[in-house]
Write a protein that binds this ligand. Structure first.
Ligand SMILES: [Zn+2]
Length: 105
């Protein structure tokens, strides 16, 4: 009985990865852009933890599980903005300076 409860708790903790709220808070509170993002394939749902280039946008990424080529959705600059749990570093910087402007007014 006890063992089953522990296993259930562990199962729940893996979902923390997909809660975007703490990550968003981290983006606004730190001056260093987050460089690792989990990219989720829209075709098969496979999640891959990747490191983002800090000064560039990665426009294409091939899913290692099903071979699907991810490309940015219209209006997005890179695959991380479209399919990742963290926006790309250039966007993180832009969002930070925008939120600072708003607070200053
Ligand atoms: Zn896939």
């Amino acid at each position: 009985m006890k063992a089953a409860r522990v296993r259930a708790a562990r199962g729940r903790s893996t979902h923390v990865l997909w809660q975007t709220q703490p990550i968003a808070a981290a983006i606004y509170n730190t001056h260093v852009p987050i460089l690792s993002a989990t990219l989720r394939c829209p075709s098969c749902g496979h999640a891959a933890l990747l490191t983002m280039p800090e000064e560039a946008c990665q426009r294409f990424y091939q899913c290692e599980q099903c071979g699907h080529w991810m490309r940015p959705k219209p209006g997005d600059c890179c695959v991380f903005c479209s399919y990742g749990d963290v926006p790309c570093p250039p966007k993180q910087r832009a969002a930070r300076s925008r939120s600072k402007d708003k607070r200053g007014q």
